[in-house]
Design a protein around this ligand. Sequence first.
Ligand code: FNR
Length: 393
Amino acid sequence: MTSAARLRRCADVESFREAAHRRLPQIFFDYLDGGASAETTLRANCADFDRFQLRPCVLRDVSSCKLDAEFLGGHHDLPVMLGPIGSLGVFRADGEAASFRAAKCAGIPACLSSFTVTRPERLSATLGAGAAFQLYALKDRDRTEAVLDRVSGCGFGTLFVTVDTAVSGIRERDIRNGLRMLSQPSLRMVLDLLSHPSWLADIARAHPVRMALAEDWSEAGEGYLEQAAFLARQIDPAFDWQGLAWLRARWHGRLVVKGILTADDALRCVDQGVDGIVVSNHGGRQLDGVSSSITALGDIAAAVSGRTEILLDSGIRRGGDVAKALALGASACLLGRAYVYGLVAAGEAGIAAVLSSIRAELEVTLALLGLRSIRELRDAGPGIVRQISGPDC
Ligand code: FNR
């Protein structure tokens, strides 16, 4: 099936997910779709949005609804951005460039992962307003500084530092599938790869794939797999609040801490003078058993009380999810898997289609809530959502 035909059949993020499942080898689909350990938090991230019900106000003039929003110091066409996802170029050749182009076209920012396979320099021309780079602090401070200089030289003005990955979560699907053994594939893996010829042909175009941050480090090895494993080993498990203070002093642009789930940690971030935080559990890929981010948001927003900007990710699949997060205190949401499903299914056009479906849902949600703008939604606040209790997942 062509990308255009695939697009016509996709109405929402779930249909892109199904299309992505058909196109990707199972080993990569599981890497994208899966979470840590028993995947309790992964499931809760989406399910908990249903525990917040919306309270509409009728008989309001909603003949025009505006979705533009202020966040991260800029004015954007939607209160949404594309979050950092590693190895996009393995899910789809040129995946990072396609994502930045789609974001720019939609008038929203995107964030490039440290695990990019595209060199940041190649993206300079595609960077739209608010372009961000995501950093994992490395054991070697000089190397970390070199990364900061490199990405700031490429035009990334905002830095997201991810802090919920001191060690990697245990992803059981990847263990079962033998993801780490991909360089010496079993017969089952070979059959899995061969039975997805359109993905294989696409990725062959991108050959040789490299890990952009590590490819110039001689000890990192030659190929993508070796370099990715090397880069993962360089993430500093000792990076702490002092490290964050150092980063605050060293990075002169906007600094956002990604991976906050408690009010205490959010307040420490405020004390350190960061520009924003992302309430996130890494899409349920790190510590299993923590709360969904939408459940954590209310307490954090109350504690922070406007002293730093709050974004949210983990589980956003619909425009209605974005509306709930904004009412509960976020200024914008990051998409993760949602846009990658679109990318895998149909490239840049797939991301554009995911964004238009989220935009359409958000517009209808706003209008039926009786609200005419994102400003009115944020001003309405938690009063327009009601949390219902239910059995724990
Ligand atoms: C991620 N995420 C992530 N986060 C980050 O800070 N740096 C990274 O390199 C990655 N890489 C990555 C790869 C894959 C395959 C996934 C699914 C996720 C986490 C990501 O930025 C975001 O927090 C979650 O994806 C949000 O959850 P949902 O919306 O995908 O459920």
